[in-house]
Design a protein around this ligand. Structure first.
Ligand code: ADP
Ligand code: MN
Ligand code: MN
Ligand code: MN
Length: 339
């Protein structure tokens, strides 16, 4: 029997890339081959030389179609097989390879917001819901909007075999979170992109849309982030490496370099209000949800574990945030002999 492979890739839209996908029918037993697409329709090529190449890098069962069907995440290449400029995965692959012996792991908390028409799901027509307070991890139809979609998405991620580690309702109504990891850098980023695709695709069937906009409702409503939890083998065994990593993220021009790649519109979310640190001031602290980087309380007690970079926006490219954190922290740990 033939089967269906949904080829998924990240396009060239700026400032924030979008997901694209198309279907290929393959003979039973055949591996998904390299394929192509029209790059002039995705901001990845000019019309006169529009062909771009899709190179499969990760695949999993397709929980929507079921059966033998699969999802196939791809890198975008030029026709000479060099990575396209929009291909941030190939840049991460280099850095991940260089520091693989430090065994870096990531858990990414993906926040997102459902929209129905022009309003966040749960926002009444021509007005606002009750102020924030009861929505986070809430229960009841006056506080929770979209749980049926969230449950269907979770089911799909599990059926696809993704390393999803939890879900929760967020501080703003219609806002939710799922977590992927802990996994190595390439794995966490690949799986997060697939989990995002499944989220959009699942919500489609419920007639709601999803946005990763970091500040979907202006004013006194929480923004949407992608807290990025990080450890190396040494950090999972001792406290000095935890401090080295926190300090490394604050050195010289590192805070600016990181934040510049942590998602478009970050200065609108990292204002210093709503459980954020100002985007242009780096800080770290134990249990501090107003710091750029938080050391969880349990980590301070155990004197080992991981750190949480709270700065990345919901719309961050996971290939970029994991590349920067590995590059900055693993180089510092290597220099300090803490590997
Ligand atoms: P928060 O308390 O900030 O809401 P969450 O429970 O939402 O935290 O997310 C924490 C994430 O960190 C999870 O994805 C979890 O798997 C991940 N994590 C746990 N331990 C580690 C570790 N040692 N290294 C990296 N990530 C980790
Ligand atoms: Mn969380
Ligand atoms: Mn959260
Ligand atoms: Mn968090």
């Amino acid at each position: 029997m033939n089967y269906r492979a949904e080829y998924i890739w990240i396009d060239g839209t700026r400032p924030t890339a979008r997901l694209r996908s198309k279907t290929r029918i393959l003979a039973a037993g055949a591996q998904p081959p390299v394929w192509g697409f029209d790059g002039s329709s995705t901001d990845q090529a000019e019309g006169h030389a529009s062909d771009r190449v899709l190179k499969p890098v990760f695949s999993c069962p397709d929980p929507i179609r079921g059966g033998d069907d699969v999802l196939v995440l791809c890198e975008v290449l030029n026709t000479d097989m060099s990575p396209h400029t929009s291909n941030t995965r190939s840049r991460l692959a280099e850095v991940a390879e260089r520091f693989a012996q430090q065994d870096p792991l990531f858990g990414i908390e993906q926040e997102y917001t459902f929209f129905k028409g022009a309003r966040p799901l749960g926002f009444p027509e021509g007005g606002f819901p009750a102020a924030q307070g009861g929505y986070y991890c809430g229960v009841g139809s006056d506080e929770i909007f979209g749980r049926d979609v969230v449950e269907a998405h979770l089911e799909n991620c599990l059926a696809a075999g993704l390393g999803i580690s939890g879900i929760n309702a967020e501080v703003m109504p219609g806002q939710w979170e799922f977590q992927v990891g802990p996994l190595p850098p390439l794995e966490v980023a690949d799986q997060l992109w697939i989990a995002r695709w499944l989220l959009y695709r699942t919500a489609e069937d419920f007639g709601v849309s999803v946005t990763l906009d970091p500040k979907p409702a202006p004013g006194d409503w929480n923004g949407a982030g992608a807290h990025t939890n990080f450890s190396t083998g040494a950090m999972r065994e001792g406290y000095d490496p935890i401090i080295t990593a926190c300090e490394a993220l604050g050195e010289d021009d590192k805070p600016v370099e990181h934040v510049r790649h942590y998602g478009f519109g970050i200065e609108n979310r990292l204002t210093g209000l709503h459980e954020t640190a100002p985007w242009n001031e780096y800080s770290y602290g134990v249990s501090d949800r107003g710091a750029s980087v938080r050391i969880p309380w349990q980590v301070e007690i155990d004197k080992k574990g991981y750190i949480e970079d709270r700065r990345p926006n919901a719309n961050v490219d996971p290939y970029e945030v994991t590349r920067l954190i590995v590059d900055t922290c693993c180089a510092a740990l290597e220099k300090a002999g803490q590997v």
